[in-house]
Design a protein around this ligand. Structure first.
Ligand code: PLP
Length: 405
């Protein structure tokens, strides 16, 4: 198999229309290669500036600034909406992905009877939340390989990730949404690994509900608030199971009884994380400027490069591709499987200055956010991996038991 030369990928970088965006992020000193933006994205310089400005505002204005802060969850949601293919008033930035999933799954079950369908190997928090809700509400929970196989009526809710956190497989959002609708179920998508990297097209697909993280491809920082989406036509019929005062109509009337606000605001619970919202807004604006279609085009080229290099260099070393080969079935990370994946991952970090992450049982994930990853970064990260395994360096490290990377 013909190997892609480094000169070739240097030429790809030189011709890349998104190349100027790289300098709008903070890069660590030295030769470290960061391929874990699917876990925690880099810091955008604009986010650092926006956070500093917000902190200053806090110091200068104190409680009087709340007039400007109070609508931020909805305003930042509207900034995020175009990246998700949503309309204004359909996206809210609040709480964590876990909490948002809990709120929307409960709300969906109020509307529909029947089982909950999820994926047996979906991200743990999604499965745990569904397990808890199913037990609490006495609903059947079907955890299956392919959600389409679990849709026998009566079914209330289909909940699944758009991009699989381990394999990087991209699910057919429109197809699954249509199949669920035909079965009488609402859909709840976890967009954590697609928001900001893959065009989502929620409205075009007629998707009902969605949640997702902002600290991955949206680059809003560790613990930044998550987002939730509720299709406009459903909003008035759904209620949050958390009857908090921020979701209350006429919040400051301090009324005796809970009466949910109109629109997406009813899915708020408590006081919004004003600092974190500044970073979400900066991250979303930056990606909107880059353009989600251009980002996807570059992302496909980056993952295709890693797949080609895997075939040429890594397969002979005992690696297996854990990600679909067809570009249209992939998100923005590539999963490289090997029996020694954990010690290899540790050796990459400690001895080769490459930062990927490891997912049980045997996958090294190379996340390649297109907004700041160069083609040479992807090439070098695979080149260092093959050299390290060829030399057996991973057999020299004391990896210990696998835990967070
Ligand atoms: C698919 C998916 N859902 C949810 C989460 C986590 O959500 P939270 O921010 O609530 O911890 C992650 C974290 O990596 C994830 O990959």
């Amino acid at each position: 198999m013909a190997v892609v030369e480094r000169e070739h990928v240097e030429a790809l970088d030189a011709a890349d229309p998104l190349a100027p965006f790289r300098d709008r992020f903070v890069h660590e000193d030295g030769d470290r290669l960061y391929v874990d933006g699917n876990s925690l994205g880099r810091l955008p310089r604009e986010a650092a500036g926006a956070l500093a400005a917000r902190v200053e505002e806090w110091g200068a204005r104190l409680v009087t600034a709340w007039a400007d802060w109070i609508d931020l969850p909805l305003e930042v949601g509207d900034v995020l909406a175009p990246l998700l293919g949503a309309r204004p008033g359909e996206v809210l930035v609040a709480d964590s992905t876990t909490v948002n999933l809990y709120k929307l799954a409960h709300a969906a079950l109020d509307l529909r009877g029947g089982a909950i369908v999820g994926r047996a190997d979906d991200f743990p928090t999604d499965r745990y939340v569904l397990q808890g809700i199913a037990a609490q509400r006495g609903r059947e929970l079907r955890l299956v390989e392919d959600v389409r196989d679990g849709l026998a009526p009566p079914v209330a809710l289909a909940c699944l990730s758009h991009v699989d956190y381990r394999t990087g497989e991209l699910e057919d959002l429109a197809g699954v949404t249509a199949a669920a609708r035909d079965a009488g179920a609402l859909t709840l998508w976890d967009l954590s690994h697609s928001a900001g990297a893959v065009p989502v097209g929620l409205d075009a697909a007629g998707a009902d509900l969605a949640v997702g993280c902002t600290y991955k491809y949206l680059n809003a920082g560790p613990g930044a608030p998550a987002f939730l989406y509720v299709r406009r036509e459903l909003q008035e019929r759904l209620r949050s199971p958390i009857q908090g005062w921020f979701g209350q109509r006429e919040q400051f009337a301090m009324g005796a009884a809970y009466d949910p606000a109109e629109g997406i605001g009813r899915f708020l619970a408590g006081t919004p994380p004003v600092l974190g919202l500044a970073a979400v807004e900066a991250g979303a604006r930056l990606l909107a400027e880059a353009g989600i279609e251009r980002l996807r085009e570059k992302s496909v080229a980056l993952t295709s490069l890693v797949v080609d290099l895997h075939d040429a260099w890594l397969a002979p070393l005992g690696f297996e591709l854990g990600t679909p080969r067809e570009p249209e079935r992939r998100g923005a990370h590539v999963s490289l499987r090997h029996v020694d994946a954990w010690p290899i991952c540790r050796a990459l970090i400690e001895r080769a200055s490459v930062v990927p992450d490891f997912r049980r049982p045997d996958a090294i994930r190379y996340g390649l956010p297109p907004v700041y990853t160069r083609f040479v970064d992807a090439w070098d990260a695979v080149d260092r991996l093959r050299r390290l395994v060829e030399a057996g360096v991973h057999r020299e490290v004391d990896a210990g038991p696998a835990r967070v990377t």
